[in-house]
Design a binder for this molecule. Structure first.
Ligand code: G3P
Length: 220
């Protein structure tokens, strides 16, 4: 499984990229608003993220109608070669995905919550599909079970182009572990969660005891 960083924060992208585990970045309107982003700076900001990571950077088209999504998608994809256009999983999003794919523009179908949605996204030409785990949990459903169904359904078929499932709306190490065990291609993870994934109390305890024992060696 690859890790994407789910953020619009440049400092987070720069720091996490230095750990050697970040294969891409996903953003959305909420994440850009969270860093105080302004409309006029949006494309420049996406361009900066694209320079910091060697991999796909998802930038969301906010239009609801296909013509608007296609126009936005073309503008966003012109920012950098590694831009992927995030498109809503709707009828209009499917039509826009088909048109953008015909132009060689990769899309990431966002806000996916079911197997039929995922299969339709793949058939329309989506390069990435993002089932949202945490938000499904939020409505007292089982987000991981839904993700597992999507992973299985997508791997059952050859869509004639590469399709990768991104486990999105990831909130915990448990979500990451289970996404990996079920074979999700990618998990897009917030910085705070990614940072905690490397931590384990037994690692800390082991380091403390090694350091204490080394002191004995030094002072012997
Ligand atoms: O990649 C989608 C993600 O940003 C949504 O996460 O926590 O807002 O549901 P969340």
């Amino acid at each position: 499984m690859k890790f994407f960083l789910d953020t619009a924060d440049l400092a987070e992208v720069e720091e996490a990229a230095s750990w050697g585990v970040v294969a891409g970045v996903t953003t959305n309107p909420t994440l850009y608003a969270r860093i105080g982003g302004k409309l006029a700076d949006f494309e420049t900001h996406i361009g900066r993220i694209c320079k910091l990571v060697d991999g796909p950077v998802s930038a969301e088209a906010v239009g609801e109608m296909r013509a608007d999504i296609i126009e936005e998608g073309k503008r966003l994809s012109a920012i950098a070669p590694n831009v992927v256009v995030k498109v809503p999983t709707t009828i209009e999003g499917l039509a826009a995905t088909k048109a953008l794919a015909a132009d060689g523009i990769d899309t990431n179908l966002t806000l996916c919550f079911s197997v039929p949605q995922a299969i339709m996204a793949a058939r329309a030409g989506a390069r990435y599909i993002s089932p949202f785990v945490g938000r499904f949990d939020d409505i007292s459903e089982d987000g991981l079970a839904q993700l597992a169904d999507v992973v299985l359904a997508i791997t059952n078929y050859d869509f004639g182009h590469k399709v990768e499932v991104i486990a999105a709306s990831i909130r915990s190490a448990h979500h990451v572990t289970q996404s990996a065990l079920m074979g999700a291609d990618i998990a897009t993870v917030p910085y705070s969660v990614l940072k905690n994934l490397i931590k384990h109390p037994l690692t800390d305890r082991g380091l403390e005891s090694f350091a204490a024992d080394w002191e004995k060696v030094v002072n012997a």
